[in-house]
Structure formats: C-alpha cells, structure tokens
Ligand binder design. Structure first.
Ligand code: CMC
Length: 431
C-alpha cells in the first residue's frame, strides 16, 4: 500500500523525481520505481536482486535478522511441530488453515491424483539408468504438459486448480519413480491408504517381493522435512517459476523450470553437496583444515549448508532440522553416527569463528537435512529431488497468486550494457 506521507526524492543532474514509498504489513519499506524510466530515462542496477522486490505477495514472510519464517502469518516452528505437510499445503494454497471437513476433502483430492498416466512409465524408460534423478524430474515434470492437456489452460481457474492438485499429488510418485529407475527396481504404485509422507517412503523402499511396513516415526520425520521445505518466499527457483509463468507458460513447464533452478549447489543442490562435504571431512580432527579453506579468499571452497542471502541469523528451519536429526538417528539406533558428530563439531567451530560471525553466516536448512535423509536410506542424489517434491506447493502457490493478478505483466529485466556500440559488419576476407 502507498503511504502518501512518505516519498523518496531522487535528484539526477539537478532534476528531482518523487518516488512513492510502499509500506508492507511486515518488512522494510519499498521504493516504487515503476515509473522511473518513463520519467527520468534511467534504469536501476541490482544483479542478484539484493535490493529489489520483484512482486507483492501474501504467502510467506522472512525476517532474516530475527531468523523468522512465517507462512500466511504462522511461524514455521509451530507448523513443523503442530501441523503436517498437507495442511500446510492447504494453508499456502488457500490462505487459511482448513476446517476438519476442508482438510479431509483436500487430502482425498490429493490422494486420488497420485497415480501418473501409465504411458509416462515409457517416458521414464527413455532415460539412462545412471541419470541424476533431478535430470529425470526436470524432464518428466516438463512432459506432464504433454500428458495432461485438460489442465494447461491458465485462463480457466478450474484447470489451474486441477493442475495444482496434480502437481502436489504426483510429485512424490515421480520422485520415487526416478529413484527406483536409477537403482533398477520396479516402479511401486502409490497407495491410497497411506498418508502423503508414508506413501512416498513406501514407493521408495518397498519391493514387490516382500512386505514393507513404513515406520510411523520415520513417516513423521519425512513429513516434517516436507513441511520445512514447503515455501521460502522469492528465492531463485520460485522467482524462476514466476518469470516463466509471466509469459503465460503452462504450470507444468513453469514447475520444470523451477526444478532446474533448484538443482544448483548454491540452492537446493546444497543438501547433497553438504553431505558430500561432511563425508569428505570424515573425522573431527580435519575440521580446522576445512574451516581454513572456507575462509581462504583464494580457495573456491565454501562451507555447504552455511550462509543465506536472507537469513543473517539462525535459519529457523535448521533448528527444527537439527532436533529431527537427533530424534531420527536415535530411533534408528545410529545416534553415534560419525557424520553427525562431524556436523555438530563443524557447526560449533564455525559459529565460534570471527569470520563466520562477522559475515553473519549460520547453518541453513541444508546443514542437517542430508544426515536425516541418509539415515533413512536415501542416497545423496535423492536429496534435491525430495526438496523439489516439497517445494512444489510453494512454487504452485506463488504461481497461482501471480496468475490470478489482473495486473500481471511479463517479466522483462533491463541491463547495463557494456558491449560495443554500433559498428559496421566486416566481410570475412577482410578480418
Ligand atoms: N562458506 C564460506 N564463506 C561464505 C559462505 C560459506 N558457506 N557463504 C558466504 N560466504 C562469504 C562469501 O565468501 C562472501 O565473503 P566476502 O564478502 O568476503 O566476499 C560473504 O560471505 C557473502 O557471501 P555472498 O556469496 O555474497 O552471499 P550470497 O547472499 O550471495 O550467497 C549463499 C548466499 C547461500 C549462496 C551462500 O551463503 C553459499 O554459497 N552458501 C553455501 C551453499 C548453501 O548452503 N546453499 C543453501 C542455501 S539455503 C537453501 C536454499 O535456499 O536452497
């Protein structure tokens, strides 16, 4: 909303321009520069969007200084301990906690959409067995637009709704199939009698040859991991989804774009990179060597699972994740896991080091998640697909919010051009 009493004044070569100031319900004020180019003929420059709000949103709020994360106003630690993933999905999508009847209806809808088109099995089989499951997911999710034509018309609210449900429901099936394919085991169909997280574990770890009972405590831990990853405001993959969607692209294509962006090690790929780093460190006596490398300007090495663009304090998700790691490892009887010991020592060593304190680098969500996932039996290559599965609801909620805005404009950043100015073409024999 515009606060008429507050305006910023910009002076360029003696000419003054008034910039309206928008006041959010929480967070810093925002300078409205939408008319700046038209009025003053200048662009703003902000690579990496460190100071730029690219949209308005009512879904998720982060206070990086306080280490606070709210979904529709509800703190993440309360949602992680008192709610569960499908209820959080409903909250993100529909802006309110559901009544018991609404939740039951929503859970039934999601459960009834978990199977994928049978012909998609052939699509999976086109991939090499050693393909990274993220590569398979980018391809298969993008291909959903070729299988579900009846939910790609973004102008139709009902089709948008069905696409949202399909994506949330089918993502565990697709992630589990990517895993099964990579290890040469048969695909396992979803089971409607299991809840969302238990069904995913069942599709990943059961085999037709014998009975597999999902441990309810592991299912709860899995559900909590999903909840902790559900949404995170305008991060790189969410912004990618929004940019793709701004052109009117269909939701399956947009989510595939988000998955591609998430894959990078600076973003969702950090959970895999973090566990690989902890394994490489191996024993606590090697921690000082790796801390020294992380601080060395001439060494590209970074402490994976540390630092965040927005959090300049503890990532609240990391705190819950650390508790979960202790619980899950104890349950599995591996509380003396050497990698957990390395992680805890590394965290303590980094937090005590002035380099990390001065730069406000704290553990992020990826620091402990890999330890839990590995203890559950997932290979490192499945960590980022699990992140993608859980983040799908966030991407979809942000997509839905954007697409419902009548003022939607195609995203089109400008640039600071530093190349050659116009020059004449030179024929090849004259170069
Ligand atoms: N280890 C060592 N130094 C670091 C680290 C780290 N993990 N992260 C940042 N720094 C330093 C960096 O070298 C820079 O130093 P200087 O100012 O002297 O040049 C300073 O801290 C600021 O770093 P930046 O790269 O400008 O900060 P950013 O906001 O652009 O990057 C980040 C944020 C998450 C990409 C970065 O902290 C990082 O690469 N962390 C490791 C990867 C990681 O864990 N990513 C998961 C993020 S949370 C989940 C998700 O969003 O997907």
């Amino acid at each position: 909303m515009v606060d008429e009493t507050k305006t910023a004044k910009l002076t360029i070569d003696g000419d003054s321009y008034d910039l309206p100031i928008l006041s959010p319900t929480a967070g810093p004020d925002v300078l409205d520069i939408r008319k700046l180019y038209g009025q003053a003929g200048v662009f703003t420059y902000d690579p990496g969007f460190t100071s730029t709000a690219a949209c308005d949103s009512t879904i998720t709020f982060i206070d990086g200084g306080k280490g606070e994360l709210l979904h529709r106003g509800y703190p993440i630690d309360q949602l992680a301990s008192q709610s569960h993933f499908l209820e959080v999905c409903y909250l993100l999508l529909y802006d309110a906690l559901p009544t018991a009847a609404e939740l039951e209806d929503f859970e039934t809808t999601i459960t009834r959409h978990t199977m994928i088109h049978e012909q998609m099995h052939n699509f999976f089989r086109g991939f090499r067995r050693d393909a990274h499951p993220m590569a398979t997911m980018v391809g298969v999710v993008g291909a959903m637009s070729a299988f579900y034509h009846d939910s790609t018309d973004i102008a139709d609210p009902r089709q948008r709704e069905i696409a949202s449900h399909r994506l949330i429901a089918k993502m565990p099936t697709i992630a589990a199939m990517a895993y099964k394919y990579s290890i040469g085991q048969p695909f396992v169909y979803p089971r409607n009698d299991l809840d969302y997280a238990a069904n995913f574990l069942h599709m990943c770890f059961s085999v037709p040859a014998e009975e597999y009972q999902v441990d309810p405590i592991l299912a709860r831990a899995m559900d909590r991991i999903f909840t902790l990853h559900a949404d995170h405001e305008q991060n790189a993959s969410t912004s990618t989804v929004r940019l793709a969607s701004s052109s009117g692209a269909n939701p399956f294509a947009c989510i595939a774009a988000g998955i591609a962006c998430l894959w990078g090690p600076a973003h969702g790929g950090a959970n895999q990179a973090c566990l690989e780093m902890l394994n490489e460190i191996g024993t606590v006596d090697r921690i000082p060597e790796f801390i020294a490398r992380a601080k060395d300007k001439n060494d590209p090495f970074r402490l994976m699972g540390f630092g965040h663009r927005v959090y300049k304090n503890f990532d609240p998700r990391a705190t819950v994740m650390k508790q979960s790691a202790d619980e899950v490892l104890e349950l599995l009887g591996v509380e003396n896991n050497p990698i957990l010991a390395v992680a805890k020592e590394l965290e303590a060593a980094a937090l005590a080091d002035p380099y990390f304190a001065e730069k406000k680098l704290f553990p992020n969500v990826d620091f402990y998640s890999g330890i839990i996932l590995e203890a559950m039996g997932f290979p490192t290559s499945m960590f980022t697909p699990i992140f993608a599965l859980a983040r799908t609801v966030g991407w979809i909620s942000q997509w839905k919010e954007q697409i419902s805005d009548p003022a939607l404009k195609i995203g089109r950043p400008r640039q600071l051009y530093l190349g050659e100015t116009a020059r004449d073409y030179v024929n090849i024999e004259d170069r």
